[in-house]
Ligand binder design. Structure first.
Ligand code: PEP
Length: 251
């Protein structure tokens, strides 16, 4: 049994006060939802304050990125152990916006993933093809390279601390969701890939989230697919009501 994960990526939105207000509104709306791992990822500056608010609730905290070194002369970076210190249990790594705008590569994703796991965090490792890749029939080869590169050298045991997020880049923030069948096809491919890179039991246990314009009205169909174990949600996570409705997909 894989416990579903619904994670909200707040991207570069919300002040500390607005972040605290959002989780304050969210907590009572999801308090009675059991059997779903609920994660929110505010900006770095809000993490510690949001941590105080979610403490003792069923809402977990993620950062949106990390660096791979523990400390040193790396101006502007944040180490996984500092995220842990700020109250995070999860960290998003390799989001397509970081790949597109900040030069994230499969190698840096791999280093960050290893460092996050070593610090005791769960890494939400993002992969996804561009529209041009899909149109060129290269979706599977792109995903394969990202998974192989991002998870290279990890022990099978470590995969317990990895969540994969499949986010077709053409579906992020565009209002265009992959169809249930399109998403399922890639999720099944990723699971098979994990069988070949690790083993069947690792692949059976790993959670694979779908991301890309997930909304309250499309989450049910996506979640009914056998290899879709949750959602990474951008826009719809910025309002407590819509995020709570997604978290409550099963109610
Ligand atoms: C995301 O930021 O990971 C995302 C999927 O965004 P949206 O839900 O807005 O498409």
């Amino acid at each position: 049994m894989r416990i579903p994960v619904i994670a909200g990526n707040w991207k570069l939105f919300k002040t500390i006060g607005e972040s605290v207000a959002l989780v304050d509104d969210l907590k009572p709306l999801v308090a009675n939802i059991h059997g779903v791992e609920i994660v929110v990822a505010p900006v770095f500056t809000a993490l510690s304050r949001v941590c105080d608010v979610v403490k003792g609730s069923n809402v977990l905290l993620a950062a949106q990125d990390c660096y791979w070194e523990e400390e040193g002369a790396f101006t502007g970076e944040v180490a996984p152990r500092l995220l842990k210190d700020a109250g995070c249990s999860h960290v998003i790594i390799g989001h397509s916006e970081r790949r597109q705008y900040f030069g994230e590569t499969d190698l840096s994703v791999n280093k960050k993933t290893k460092a996050a796991i070593a610090a005791g965090l769960t890494a939400i490792v993002c992969v996804g093809e561009l529209l041009a890749d899909r149109e060129a029939g290269q979706t599977f080869s792109v995903i394969e390279a990202q998974i192989q590169g991002g998870l290279a050298g990890l022990e099978a045991n470590s995969l317990r601390h990895v969540i994969v997020a499949y986010e077709p880049v053409w579906a992020i923030g565009t209002g265009k969701t992959a169809s249930d069948a399109q998403a399922q096809e890639v999720h099944a491919f990723i699971r098979q890939l994990i069988v070949s890179l690790f083993n069947q039991s690792v692949a059976d246990a790993v959670r694979i989230l779908y991301g890309g314009s997930v909304k309250p009205d499309n989450v049910k169909g996506l979640m009914s697919q056998p290899d879709i174990d949750g959602a990474l949600v951008g826009g719809a996570s910025l309002k407590a009501e819509s995020f709570a409705a997604i978290v409550g997909f099963d109610s």
